[in-house]
Write a protein that binds this ligand. Sequence first.
Ligand code: ATP
Ligand code: MG
Ligand code: MG
Ligand code: MG
Length: 439
Amino acid sequence: MRLSRYFLPVLKENPAEAQIVSHRLMLRAGLIRQASAGIYSWLPLGFKVLRRLEEIVHEEQQRAGHMPMLMPTIQSAELWKESGRYEDYGQEMLRITDRHKRDMLYGPTNEELITDIFRNAVNSYKDLPLTLYHIQWKFRDEIRPRFGVMRGREFLMKDGYNFDLTMEDALHAYNRHMVTYLRTYERMGLKAIPMRADGGPIGGDYTHEFLVLAETGESEVFYDSAVTDLTLGDRDIDFDDVDQCRAIMEEFTTPYARTDETHDEALFGAIPEERRRTARGIEVGQIFYFGTKYSEPMGATVVTENAERVPVHMGSHGIGVSRLVGALIEANHDEKGIIWPEGVAPFPVGIVNLKQGDAGTDDVCESLYGQLIKAGLDPLYDDRNERAGSKFATMDLIGCPWRITVGPRGIKNGVVEVTSRRTGESEEMSAEAAIAKLT
Ligand code: ATP
Ligand code: MG
Ligand code: MG
Ligand code: MG
């Protein structure tokens, strides 16, 4: 992409309405614009990151055998009356009446709809296990929408639902989701710690929230610092292997880590003092096992081997995809702007031409640009007629992991400069070496 043709409306000043750094930077770097309270438009740069996160979520879900689908944003109230949640959900639910005076709602989550799809299509234990998921916009009329996309009213969520014959099978689905989530966040360059949580309106005894530590997080968390040393890395995982998935779940949930809702002072106090941590965290996902909470009232049953009809065991598993963009920035920025982890950067590399219009620098930039595209990278070439200082400031603000700077002086010596956004370190090398380094 050539910056001269890109839509990147950056702001010079800090927007007064933004209280936290990720919100400020998302507005300043032209990722989002507010449409109304808690509702945002995603501009090209922000949309690119959002799509990248969706891709990672899709890949990791499908790796585990979970099937993508798409349910609508608008749902009929009927199903929610069946489950009993139409009344329970309260004012967070946006209720809509259509022209025929039918009660509709903008889905805050999808347990009812997916259970309805399941009960109309599946009848036999032979069709289990089954895990379906989608990535779709949700609406919750939050009392205090704030912090930009972190607590929006309209937000993008991945929500997945498992259907199993027994509790044991459903707990395997739970552990499998735990593993896919650990992989997903690690690929995004985030440390998200699974913490024992509270069921809330979705209900259920087995539930973990995934929290990213950040001062601006809305949850108070308590943990054993040993948990932050754990990483999944690129272990070979067989998602059908019940023992392996359980072992990984146990590995990551044995050190004490809880949100304030389930915090236990006595257990916490038993951790050696030097490892006890109290901090704040951002909830970026949550997994639940809730058994037959929906299948029973809604009649989602299957016939077993012994010709008995039983309600299926279910769980639901969410990732806050749009919130993650904010969480990523909270965890990766400096005073100049965003520092995207390599796995999620909208552009992996930016090219800065220090003397636009100079035949020498233009040639080298064009050639670098073309070769990086050929190598499968997606470079952002700042080909505008701007001062060097302003070009650097833009690149630093939008946070491409690498910058290649091309100037007349370097060209005389046959070199360009390659700079890491994270460390700030620069290295001079030939254009060929720069391409080899980045590809
Ligand atoms: P919170 O405690 O922050 O209100 P939640 O527990 O109500 O979140 P869940 O029902 O667990 O949310 O939904 C799954 C995920 O969706 C959450 O872990 C979070 O990452 C994301 N999410 C929930 N509410 C919002 C929101 N208002 N804006 C952005 N993301 C959200
Ligand atoms: Mg909530
Ligand atoms: Mg919560
Ligand atoms: Mg939650």
